[in-house]
Ligand binder design. Structure first.
Ligand code: AMP
Ligand code: ZN
Length: 666
């Protein structure tokens, strides 16, 4: 083995171990910074010596592969549903039924929580991850391998291969904290928050860009091994073994000797489950002996050896005191139910979301109604109904507001939009401060020394009316304000000054253009390189940019068609903010591929598809999606589609490998 190969292996092994400690054991063994340095070293080595790159290398976690159509794959073993039960009697009946089939044997059970996400089947061959397929209809599912590879807690190489080739099944989930953070970011970007973790997790599996999946804090909890040759006799031992070779198997699993122990488990977790970092909606009870499982077999829909017990959705009833209305930074109005505080699923609930006017009408909500609140999959509790038996006489349906609670402007409701909007974009205080708060936020200008409350204070005192005004603030102006002192005022001014070096893509995000979130801002910055080019772009040009759709393009055009916004941008230029990408980034760019048109197809090893595309563009070339006479080269990766190959051959377009390409630009 060469020295380089050794180093690549050692780095990979080390990174794999750190990933395992961090994402499976939840015990970080190295700082993020050190991890990144090692990862970078590995990436560089793989780039330089592609012959040693491994498709299961830790560098593959960042994603970048684009899947336009997911292949349908037939499951080796069908993925069944589970029979449901709702009471202790149901469980006793089930036990009696299986005892009858097995002939009164000594039975053992396992109890696991029923993790609420999307089921997945992972295939491993000789200790390596090869494929991931969604459950689909149970017989066939979609292959989502590239996306699944980005989930750090799923091992790509196992620490043992005692069961040879096998499938392992689990649930892809979005832990609550990560879900909340994702929603915070979305709200900051002016987008509607996701409704619940389960749907968001399952939607993530079918995203086309695996780099986007890599950005989501997904996790995978495993619950069943399906193997031809399993040396273990019980489900419990098999799962323990799976944990020992690198899989994340929740420790909440318990071995139970009888139905009483099962019931104890159910009662314990009925409440305790609210302390878990992810959502669960029940318990799955399984017969432990694999031999017994085999004997029991399956009904048309589900295994006879397993039973799901569903927790009741937590509900509480309380009084509706008031409906208030929040104005978002984009002017969207959200009605909020203010409730008599009540305990629900381990927390005190005082407010519930009502979504929009239709929702209120649908449940015919009235003040002082006794309402039922539920915490289902959603984080924010919702009102599911009204207890009509307790409704007072002479109550009136709630009148939805017609004017903005903040500025008094008449609200608008666009066709096809469930929400009301305050159209007073530039005069509505909450919208103004909301935009400035977005501007200074962590993922935007990240201004230290200036928080959301200070923004309100500055605005109320007439010191700022928009984010450009921040750059004209002086310490003398700020000092006399409430709760301000020499030090805090100095820090604020220093923080604002320091934000002038924030890169263009973040400044673009900070502008708060509707639908231009972090990722879109990055794409636009890379593509247009400076604000003037972006402002000059017309609709056709915008939608031609990778991943910029109609909705985003229209929103960008609307933003720049506003004179006030253009003035703000001119002012930002004059203060020296970055309204173009850094020259040193441009320095990496060449004209080597000028006038060359590339089609990129298949799976690559050294660069991800996105990196490959970026490299082509950085070197002055163009990337298109389909092969035509204008195509100069096709960069063909593994498993390139046969129809593309045929077309390339018939048109006589040269097909080159990733290696050929790399030497072309080196
Ligand atoms: P259902 O969709 O209600 O028929 O329930 C079956 C699904 O429960 C399976 O497809 C799994 O995705 C999911 N599930 C969650 N946790 C477990 C677990 N511990 N054991 C088995 N299945 C589980
Ligand atoms: Zn308003």
């Amino acid at each position: 083995m060469t020295e380089v190969e050794n180093r690549i292996q050692a780095l990979s092994e080390e990174l794999r171990q750190h990933n395992y400690s961090y994402y499976v054991l939840d015990e970080p063994s190295i700082s993020d910074f050190e991890f990144d340095i090692k990862l970078k070293e590995l990436q560089e080595l793989e780039l330089k010596y592609p012959e040693f790159a491994d498709p299961n290398s830790p560098t593959q976690r960042v994603g970048g592969q684009i899947t336009k159509n997911f292949n349908t794959i037939t499951h080796q073993n069908r993925m069944y549903s589970l029979a449901n039960s709702y009471s202790k009697e149901d469980i006793l009946d089930w036990e009696t039924r299986i005892q009858k089939i097995l002939g009164d044997v000594d039975l053992e059970f396992t109890c696991e929580l029923k993790y609420d996400g999307a089921s997945i089947n992972l295939t491993y061959e000789n200790g390596s991850f090869v494929r991931a397929v969604t459950r689909g209809d149970g017989f066939m599912g979609d292959e989502v391998t590239a996306n699944i590879k980005t989930i750090r807690s799923i091992p790509l190489l196992l620490k043992g291969s005692e069961i040879g080739t096998f499938d392992i099944r689990g649930e892809i989930i979005l832990p609550l904290k990560g879900f909340e953070q994702m929603n915070k970011d979305r709200i900051e970007a002016g987008e509607d928050p996701y409704r619940n973790p389960r749907n968001t997790a399952s939607g993530s599996l079918k995203l086309q860009d695996s780099a986007e999946v890599a950005n989501r804090p997904l996790d995978c909890l495993l619950y069943q091994v399906v193997a031809e040759k399993n040396p273990f006799l019980t489900h419990y031992e098999t799962l323990n073994y799976a944990a020992s070779i690198g899989f994340k198997v929740p420790k909440t699993i318990k071995l139970c000797k009888n139905v009483n122990e099962i019931i104890n488990f159910l009662e314990y977790w009925d409440h305790k489950r609210h302390e878990l970092p992810y959502e669960t909606d029940g318990v799955v009870i399984k017969v432990n002996s694999l031999h017994h499982q085999e004997e029991l077999g399956y009904t048309a829909k589900s295994p006879r050896w397993a039973l799901a017990y569903k927790f009741k959705a937590e509900q509480a009833s309380t009084i509706l005191n008031e409906v208030t209305y929040q104005v978002g930074r984009t002017g969207a109005i959200t009605p909020v139910a203010n409730l008599e505080p009540v305990e629900l699923a381990g927390t005190i609930v005082k407010r519930a979301s009502l979504h929009n006017a239709d929702q209120i009408e649908k449940i015919d909500l009235r003040l002082n109604d006794k309402v039922f609140v539920e915490k289902g999959g959603e984080i924010i509790p919702k009102i599911v109904g009204v207890d009509l038996a307790h409704r007072g006489v002479n109550t009136q349906p709630i009148q939805y507001i017609s004017h903005c609670p903040d500025c008094g402007t008449e609200l608008l409701r666009k066709e096809g939009d469930a929400k009301h909007y305050c159209p007073n974009e530039f005069g509505c205080p909450t919208q103004i401060t909301g935009r400035i708060q977005h501007f200074i936020s962590r993922k935007a200008m990240n201004i230290d020394g200036l928080g959301a409350e200070s923004v309100e204070l500055l605005f109320k005192n007439g010191l700022i009316h928009n984010f450009a005004d921040l750059y004209e603030l002086t310490k003398e102006q700020v000092m006399p304000l409430e709760r301000m002192a020499d030090k805090s005022a100095t820090n604020m001014i220093i923080g604002i000054e320091a934000s002038k070096i924030i890169p263009f893509e973040k400044v673009l995000f900070a502008l708060g253009i509707r639908f231009v979130g972090e990722t879109v801002a990055k794409k636009l910055a890379r593509h247009y390189k400076n604000i003037d080019a972006l402002m000059d772009a017309d609709y056709e040009e915008l939608i031609a940019v990778d991943e910029i759709g109609e909705r985003i393009a229209k929103s960008i055009l609307l933003f720049f068609s506003d004179k006030g916004n253009c003035i703000l941008i001119d002012r930002m230029k004059s203060y020296g903010l970055n309204l173009a990408i850094d020259e040193s980034l441009l320095a990496d760019q060449t004209e080597k591929l000028k006038d060359k048109v590339f089609v990129v197809s298949g799976v690559f090893h050294v660069l991800s598809r996105n990196e490959l595309k970026k490299s082509i563009e950085d070197n002055g070339g163009k990337v298109t999606g389909s092969i035509s006479k204008k195509t100069s080269f096709i960069i063909a990766g593994d498993s390139m589609g046969p129809s593309k190959k045929e077309k390339a051959e018939s048109l006589g377009i040269p097909m080159i490998s990733e290696q050929d390409y790399l030497s072309m630009v080196q």
